[in-house]
Design a protein around this ligand. Sequence first.
Ligand code: HEM
Length: 227
Amino acid sequence: MSWITDTLGSSIGKKLLMSLTGLFLILFLVIHLIGNLSIFSGDGGLAFNSYAVFMTSFPLIKAVSYLLYFSILLHAFYAFMLWILNRKARPVRYAVEHANQNSSWASRSMTLLGSLIFIFLIMHLKDFWWQFKFGGGYEFEIDANGNRDLYKLVILQFQYTYVVIAYLIGLTALAFHLWHGFQSAFQTLGLNHDRYTPAIRFLGILYAVVVPLGFASMPVYIYFFMK
Ligand code: HEM
């Protein structure tokens, strides 16, 4: 067993865990986006409320969601550890850095972007997930299917200018984080190949643009067009 703890304790092991948890979070985001798009189905929120009940009560999905919370915490914790290790290894920055010639701004700002996403996530979970799961002062109405009307809470939250702005900042950070993170995860796993690497890079850029834009469409559309 000690090789497992040795590997996970090493820098490479930490990066490996970060890429595996990162890829799992990338998969989660696609499912979350597709489910949330039911907000636009024009049925007053019935499909969206049923989806939320399914996601929080179906046993297999419930089990996967514990893996999700664990992955988020592990990903953030190991990012923090690697940041500390890097600072210890190089406490004084080089006098002359040609960083922008050797790497993109997104790749050099992963810790900052990750921290912004983490703050966004705390706010997001407090507003929706916590209210829905544990209750936090908001009285849910009941929709025509007998489900709690989470849709109404989403519409209500996105009437506030500061909430919409906070979401747009969080989603911009997410876009840049994914811009580098997607292909970096594959690289860490050693999936480098002349033929596949350009395709993975292209897919990563596509993902980093389409997924955050898809999420951003909700607060923006609701703020401007739904009352
Ligand atoms: C901007 C559009 C978004 C909307 C309208 C939205 C809506 C919601 C709602 C209503 C919930 C609680 C019900 C449920 O679990 O399905 C939730 C949970 C959650 N959201 Fe979002 N979300 C958005 C974007 C995001 C983004 C960008 C992230 C990640 C960076 C995220 C991460 C999560 C997580 C981790 C949960 C808990 C899931 C679980 O318990 O299984 N969401 N979201």
